[in-house]
Design a protein around this ligand. Structure first.
Ligand code: C2E
Ligand code: CA
Ligand code: CA
Length: 947
């Protein structure tokens, strides 16, 4: 039994029959069969077992008898052709191999039947069978074999005994040429080994039919064909022979190989593609998938994907989308680059591009889908980011405060709101206008040039300032534009930004103006004046006649107005004067406020040297008219210095300095006039500068002296005191009088230290004299106080310290002041006077009668003595008018309980008159000039008294 079942998987039909113990062939029954036997003949196992083949009609009784006879003689049977009948009545030709076996004392027949009913079974086999066993008509089969599509051969003893025409044609022979030849001759030498091996096996008793491929030689002895051979051994006339079929499979193999290669490469592509590829069923399963697809969807391998993804719908982010895609594919047969959102195994979303087609079966219903997808998540993200950023930029640009535009071929194709508004248009109005519509006529040519240059690709500044025309066609908007060329959808367009800088420009201009102009009068200031002057100097450098002049204008009474009517009125005055000055000059000329009440005028483009003088005269004539400032009618005038340009001037300072000098000259000459600077002034100015320098050192060098002029009582001409008078012992120029240097000391402020020095020195001297000389116990000392000293805040301190240090009796100190101190600030003057009185010193009003003084203040102020000015004394004895003045002064003083001192008494007549009028004291050359202290002492000691 086991023996039979060993053949269960074999294509061979195997049966085991028990034979009757002796003779009686009708008694052989099936005891076992293999599966193939059952399947091929269509009987069930039950139907077969226990029955004889003749009984079932499987085997023809005559054929069976003949076969059994042969087996009994030989003990074995090889490849005997037999014909069996299947259950359904169909005939099944087979080759029978059988042998007798003895098992457990019984004889059994084991039959191995090779089913030869399949299409490729050589007809020759049947013929052989017919010839040998069934003795069928040879003619009938020969025709069949001869016309077979396959090559057919029979060998006997190493030679072909038969080849059909098909086989002979295959190699390029006739059947006659091959018959009788050794078959090895037709086999390619490289395959002789193979054929020998087969034959060796046959000789060793392997009677299996073999199928093999072999190379045959064509008639030229060189070319080969590949043949598929099926052959089996037969015993023919006692010799081992073979018969078989041959098919030329050269072309088939070539195609096969090509197919195989193609398949191989497609498989390679499929497996290694970066694009995911698949086949899927309509109900949502992957049939096939490649590694790329698995990777895209987050699976390890195609197997992993196919096994673990139960339903393709799960990969769609939106299951409805799959429905849509599928219906699209079904309707159009395919989908191309559909962008679909999918989900990876871990749930993360991806975007893929999907292409798929439907594959239909012969019934035209959907067999499966095949398609490809690739991951476009990154691309999609970039696209979306771009879109978002584009939206953002659009929003930014639309709402930007800066104007933005795109211009194509000169026309605006996009403008933002800021740009349109800047020019008074709506966005729609400005779009489609040409740049030529918004450039003002004066800038159109420049704009055209820029535009054309840019078109030609030439260099144009990216950034430039221009003005644009407002919609109203009049207003100019000053802008800075910045333009670049970009590629937009394959076209070259200009993209630009526009910023309105009108306000900025105005502000800049204002700043510039402020930096160069006086805020009060709006006139150019010193800085601008100097710029213009230096330009004029540069232009005039090469001319023989002067082309410019500088006028230095100083208002004569400004200080008085400012102090008495207040700064507001003072400012008004300056503004008014500025207006009038402007009327006096030409368009080329520059008027500047130099500072305070000083103005400078540059008269430029002069034709005649006299032009500057004419301007000065016009100014003075203009200022003659009174100015109405509020309720006040004010008269003002000016002193003007003129410096005419000449090539010797190197700096603007020099010109201004000379004009200034000339102005001082004009002032000194009595105000309301003008003076043209000349070289002598320059000399004087230089001298003054030198004086100033020397004056500064004089105090340190001990060059100052105090001289003492006696003051006598008119009644007995006894010396009652001295006036301290300053002298300068100049190292080169000898003894200098105050008139030669005092004004410089006052202007420079040097008068303060000098004045305090005089005060101390004189006090000390007189104190010494009072102690030394018996007659001098009540000697007084008169010290002149300069205006600046008087106004100085530490005046009282200085006086107090002088009195303390010198131990002088305070009432012996007489301080001489002039009326000018009341002009400026009467309040301050009054305080000062009270301070001095408090210290116990006396106050003398000097040079009385020459000033502007109204007599009213005399009574209110704590003055002790009036000094009658020398001007009146000089001719009082012969000039009744002056005599009357002197009398009035003396009477006034008496009424106010003040003393009087007459200055400049030079003769007896004068002293007689003074005595007559009741003047108490006198000083003058009649008695003594200012004396050195030693000479004064001689007077005091009486040594040289000559009165
Ligand atoms: P002053 O205060 O009027 O002084 C009197 C001037 O008259 C002195 O001139 C004196 O020499 C002069 N003089 C006296 N008697 C006669 C005379 O009979 N005939 C003529 N023709 N002149 C006479 P001096 O010393 O040249 O001083 C001039 C002025 O300088 C003074 O005028 C005074 O205002 C000022 N001064 C002098 N010394 C000082 C000082 O120490 N401090 C200040 N602040 N001023 C001083
Ligand atoms: Ca004096
Ligand atoms: Ca005087």
């Amino acid at each position: 039994m086991t023996l039979v079942h060993a053949f269960d998987d074999s294509p061979t039909l195997v049966s085991l029959m028990r034979l009757p113990a002796e003779g009686g062939v009708s008694m052989d029954i099936y005891v076992d069969v293999n599966e193939r036997f059952i399947a091929t003949l269509g009987y069930s196992r039950e139907q077969l077992l226990g029955h004889t083949p003749t009984e079932l009609g499987i085997w023809d009784p005559m054929e069976r008898a003949a076969v059994l006879e042969q087996i009994r003689q030989l003990g074995v049977l090889n490849n005997a052709p037999v014909t069996l009948r299947a259950a359904d009545g169909s005939l099944c030709p087979a080759l029978l191999n059988a042998e007798l076996v003895t098992l457990d004392g019984h004889q059994y027949l084991l039959t191995l039947l090779r089913d030869i009913s399949t299409a490729d079974t050589p007809e020759i086999v049947r013929r052989e069978a017919a010839e040998q066993a069934l003795q069928l008509s040879e003619e009938k089969y020969r025709t069949l074999v001869d016309h077979s599509q396959d090559g057919v051969f029979i060998t006997h003893d190493g030679n072909y005994t038969y080849v059909n025409k098909t086989y002979a044609d295959m190699l390029g022979y006739t059947p006659e040429q091959m018959t009788g030849e050794a078959f090895l001759k037709f086999i390619a030498p490289e395959d002789h080994g193979k054929i020998n091996e087969i034959w060796n096996k046959r000789r060793a008793g392997q009677w299996e039919q073999t199928a093999y491929e072999i190379n045959l030689l064509k008639s030229d002895g060189v070319a080969r064909i590949l043949a598929s051979v099926r052959s089996g051994p037969i015993m023919l006339n006692g010799a081992l022979s073979s018969t078989g079929t041959i098919r030329d499979i050269t072309a088939e193999r070539r195609t096969q190989q090509a197919l195989f290669q193609a398949e191989q490469s497609f498989r390679n592509i499929f497996e290694n593609a970066v694009v995911g590829m698949y086949q899927s069923t309509p109900d949502g399963h992957f049939i096939k998938a490649n590694q790329a697809l698995a990777g895209i969807l987050g699976y390890e391998s195609p197997d992993d994907l196919i096994r673990n993804l139960p339903d393709i719908r799960m990969v769609y982010a939106d299951p409805d989308e799959r429905v849509q895609v599928l219906s699209g594919i079904e309707q159009q047969g395919q989908a191309r680059n559909a962008e679909v959102r999918m989900r990876r195994r871990d749930g993360s979303p991806i975007w893929v591009s999907l292409s798929a087609r439907v594959v239909r079966n012969s019934a035209n219903s959907v067999a499966h889908f095949e398609g490809s997808i690739y991951d476009i998540t990154a691309q999609k993200a970039a696209e979306q980011a771009l879109q978002r950023s584009e939206q953002r930029y659009r929003l930014l640009v639309d709402h930007s405060q800066v104007g933005v535009f795109i211009n194509e071929n000169g026309r605006y194709t996009y403008v933002n709101n800021a740009f349109a508004t800047m020019l008074g248009y709506s966005e729609a109005e400005l779009t489609h206008l040409s740049y030529r519509d918004i450039f003002p006529p004066e800038e159109l040519a420049a704009a055209d040039t820029r535009f054309e240059k840019r078109l030609r690709g030439e260099e144009v500044p990216d950034n430039y300032e221009s003005s644009l025309l407002h919609k109203d066609k009049r207003t100019r908007v000053i802008v800075t534009q910045s333009i670049g060329i970009i590629e937009l959808e394959d076209r070259k367009v200009m993209i630009g930004t526009v910023r309105d800088i009108t306000d900025q420009k105005r502000f800049e201009a204002e700043l510039h103006h402020n930096a160069n102009h006086d805020p009060l009068t709006g006139l150019p200031n010193r800085t601008l004046f100097i710029q213009r002057l230096s330009q004029a100097m540069e232009q005039g450098r090469h001319r023989s006649t002067p082309s410019y002049a500088v006028l230095f204008v100083d208002l004569d009474s400004f200080k008085v107005v400012n102090d008495s009517l207040g700064h507001a009125v003072g400012d008004q005055l300056l503004i008014e004067v500025a207006k009038r000055l402007k009327q006096c000059v030409g368009p080329w000329d520059t008027i500047a406020r130099h500072g305070g009440d000083e103005f400078t005028i540059l008269v430029d483009q002069m034709e005649r040297p006299g032009d500057a003088v004419e301007v000065a005269e016009r100014i003075q004539a203009e200022l003659l008219h009174p100015l109405q400032l509020g309720d006040n009618e004010i008269y003002t005038n000016s002193s003007i210095g003129i410096a005419t340009g000449n090539p010797q001037y190197l700096t603007t300072d020099e010109v201004l300095r000379d004009a200034d000098t000339a102005m001082y000259q004009a002032k000194a000459a009595g105000k309301a006039g003008y003076v043209v600077f000349d070289q002598t002034m320059h000399e004087r100015a230089r001298a003054r500068l030198q004086l100033e320098t020397e004056l500064r050192q004089a105090l340190d060098n001990g060059e100052f002296r105090v001289y003492y002029q006696p003051i006598v009582a008119v009644a007995d001409q006894r010396i009652t005191g001295f006036e301290a008078l300053l002298r300068w012992q100049h190292p080169r120029r000898g003894l200098l009088l105050p008139e030669e240097f005092l004004h410089v000391a006052e202007e420079t402020g040097l008068i303060l230290p000098i004045g305090w020095w005089v005060l101390h020195k004189a006090c000390r001297q007189v104190h010494a004299w009072r102690k030394r000389y018996l007659d001098a116990k009540s000697l007084t000392i008169s010290v002149n106080l300069a205006h600046k000293q008087f106004m100085h805040t530490n005046l009282a301190e200085q006086i107090a310290s002088a009195l303390q240090e010198t131990l002088l009796e305070p009432s012996a100190l007489h301080l001489e002041i002039t009326e000018t101190i009341f002009l400026e600030s009467p309040g301050v003057a009054e305080t000062r006077l009270q301070q001095i009185k408090k210290l116990g010193a006396r106050l003398h009003l000097d040079d009385f009668g020459t000033g502007y003084s109204s007599l009213s203040y005399l009574s209110a102020l704590p003055l002790d003595t009036l000094k009658i000015d020398r001007l009146f004394i000089a001719d009082a004895h012969i000039n009744p008018k002056h005599a009357a003045m002197v009398r009035t002064i003396i009477e006034l003083a008496r009424d106010l309980q003040m003393d009087t001192v007459a200055e400049g008494v030079e003769n007896e007549a004068q002293i007689r008159l003074l005595k007559q009028l009741g003047c108490q004291y006198a000083q003058g050359f009649l008695f003594a000039p200012a004396l050195e202290s030693r000479a004064a002492e001689q007077r005091l000691s009486g040594e040289e008294v000559q009165i």
